[in-house]
Design a protein around this ligand. Structure first.
Ligand SMILES: NC(=O)c1ccc[n+]([C@@H]2O[C@H](COP(=O)([O-])OP(=O)(O)OC[C@H]3O[C@@H](n4cnc5c(N)ncnc54)[C@H](O)[C@@H]3O)[C@@H](O)[C@H]2O)c1
Ligand SMILES: [Zn+2]
Length: 362
């Protein structure tokens, strides 16, 4: 088993990575006999993985409740969090209870948010089952809900006590979801690690086929990169963590405009990163060859490099103005300056942004 630690002082926690972890009692060691837990999952993941977790916890003497939510990005809402609160209150869960997020990033974001608020904060464990959640969303403690006016606009910073990554769960993940996760893998290479980007280029076919050795290395490396950033900038205050948002300002515009869940998060991020790369190229920050390498790698990963047909450049701007990073009509964007290096650039001219988006329309 591979074990990493997210180093955050008294809030530090382990990330455990291996195949077939879910029936190992050691992995749930923070939980003790007699304690309460609530597994939060969705109807499609419940029948695949909840039973094995439940029976392992019961053998440890842990009390297990579960709540099965509807599946989809459109359910990452305050109303659904309230369903979790109601279930916890009905069963009288104490402040010592632990929520267990079993699923992809949607379940992780919802559960983390609920854990950060229920009785002013209870513990939670992440058991991410999608590629995207294993390499990104389960680590770092960002919780989020969508609002009709903007994606991820409501949220908290709240760290889990443990992240448990069972690689076997990828076997049941639909391929479109798997490819969506690859977008965030490529993102790490672009913002932080030139050698990793080259490694992805070389191994993309093995990654696409979920080759066990390759995907294990890939997940571990992404977790390491993210853990390092979180340790340096837990709450996105000193300029490091913000780099992880590369392409997200554009991508969130796509997700919000089309309706949550129509384009997958990684798909929107893929097109969004290309828009960011084009913006960088237009202001003379990134060279054309690097943009082409980025575009080609997304294409090889079966990811979109253009926005959806029905969106015009002005549709993006309407959403981007509401983005958390945009202030008073000035576009503040994470942009790559070369492959392996990115920065946060402020006050970018609206015309340039429009031009970049226009170059990425179908
Ligand atoms: N908190 C963060 O730091 C952060 C970072 C990146 C993304 N996110 C959020 O994560 C979400 C996207 O996450 P996602 O891509 O995991 O989407 P998701 O949670 O919707 O999961 C994708 C789909 O795959 C299914 N699924 C998941 N694991 C499965 C498995 N093992 N077998 C079969 N089906 C499985 C889910 O039921 C769902 O239908 C977005 O809401 C995004 O905003 C959060
Ligand atoms: Zn993302």
């Amino acid at each position: 088993m591979e074990k990493l630690i997210v180093k955050l002082g008294s809030k530090s926690y382990p990330i455990s990575i291996a195949s077939g972890l879910l029936n190992s009692k050691n992995i749930y060691s923070p939980l003790k006999s007699g304690e309460y837990t609530m597994i939060v999952t969705n109807k499609d993941i419940h029948h695949l993985y909840a039973k094995i977790i439940k029976s392992t916890l019961i053998q440890m003497g842990v009390k297990v409740d579960e709540i099965i939510l509807p599946n989809g990005e459109q359910y990452k809402t305050l109303d659904v969090v309230n369903i979790i609160f109601t279930a916890l209150l009905r069963k009288n869960h104490p402040r010592s209870t632990t929520l267990i997020a079993l699923g992809g990033g949607v379940i992780g974001d919802l559960t983390g948010f609920a854990a950060s608020c229920y009785k002013r904060g209870v513990r939670f464990i992440q058991i991410p089952t999608s590629l995207l959640s294993q390499i990104d969303s389960s680590i770092g403690g960002k919780t989020a809900l969508n609002h009709p006016l903007g994606k991820n606009m409501i949220g908290t910073f709240y760290q889990p006590i443990s992240v448990i990554i069972d690689l076997n769960s990828l076997k049941t993940l639909p391929s479109r979801q798997f490819f969506s996760g690859i977008a965030e893998i490529i993102k790490y290479g672009i913002i932080l690690d030139y050698n990793f980007f080259c490694w992805i280029e070389k191994n993309i076919n093995y990654i696409l086929h979920c080759d066990e050795k390759i995907i294990t290395y890939c997940i571990r490396h992404c977790c390491e990169l993210k853990a390092k950033i979180i340790a340096k900038d837990e709450k996105e205050t000193n300029g490091e963590r913000i780099l992880l948002n590369l392409g997200h300002t554009f991508g969130h515009a796509i997700e919000t405009e089309l309706g949550y869940g129509f384009w997958l998060h990684g798909e929107a991020v893929s097109a969004g990163i290309v828009m960011a790369a084009k913006t960088a190229e237009l202001i003379g920050l990134l060279n054309f060859n690097d943009t082409e390498r980025i575009v080609n790698l997304f294409k090889k990963a079966h990811l979109p490099t253009k926005g959806p047909a029905k969106m015009h450049a002005k549709d993006y701007l309407a959403h981007m103005i509401r983005d958390k990073k945009t202030e008073k009509n000035k576009f503040n964007l994470v942009l790559p300056s070369s492959i392996g290096k990115a920065g946060f650039y402020t006050d970018i001219n609206k015309k340039i942004v429009l031009q970049a988006i226009n170059q990425c329309l179908l």
